[in-house]
Design a binder for this molecule. Sequence first.
Ligand code: PBG
Length: 323
Amino acid sequence: MLSRPRRNRKSSAVRKLVRETSLSPGDLIYPLFLHDGVEDVPIASMPGCHRWSLDGLMREVESAHRVGIGAVVLFPAIPAELKTKGAEEAWNDAGLVPRAIQRLKREFPEVAVITDIALDPYNSDGHDGLVAPDGRILNDETVGVLCRQALCHARAGADIVAPSDMMDGRVAAIREALDNADFTSVSILSYAAKYASAYYGPFRGALDSAPKSGDKKTYQMDPANAREALREADLDEAEGADILLVKPAGPYLDIISLIANRSTLPIAAYQVSGEYLMIKSAAAAGWLDERSVVLESLLGIRRAGADMILTYFAKDIAPCLGA
Ligand code: PBG
């Protein structure tokens, strides 16, 4: 027989030599929830995750950093009394996120701090954009507010801002606002292809950020579309994005692959709350082996073309990965 592919699988050492895809802690970004309280509160809809106090956040980042995680992304839970139609709290320099950024950069200067740019935690409507009286999500007005939010995070010391709102034109506007304020080295990780996905359900429970009315289908993408993702990716790249993100990850591996083959920018993928929960709950029932399935799911996302992965498993899985 001329060709016996099994020869390349005959031992662990040989398998390592021919392995095409690697996974290491440096590929992972750890999403963290925070709130303005003194307790670390377990999140019922996402077992294993917490709403961290600022002190708890520091402890969690320290232990994640110790196992090789070099980047975190922050998601704030904002109390209902601070949520307004105009989402003013989103650019309050004394707000929760700016305070968390400042402390993180002081205590862990080498950890990259990424912040979410979108209005849903701050907006009494629970939408990523401003909502008109007739229920429409206002695009250009929202972009102005997102720029204020990005500048607020940059002033506090954020390394990377990550617009997840899916408004048109926001990457160019944020880039210009940052540059005009001399934040030329603050990066933009843009959610280029973010789908209107049911897999975000547990996250919205974690932050009480579900839309009060309507859904997000007029700004997030239709799960049926792939070519449209390329259009979004092209636009974000042309507007100055530094990294392009696809979200969710597992059900959209084809999109990751398409964009990775098209763009020379680094690609990120977000293994979202619903993907996390499916693995967690099956493992808790004894139906799946958590560690093996997490490794396989992350490897699959890397194999599809993602350079980096946002995953709630980051801290737990890092010790199982090569450096
Ligand atoms: C909103 C935002 C969402 C997630 C991250 N940022 C939810 C949404 O778009 O409704 C979801 C993340 C997850 O499900 O893990 N800006």
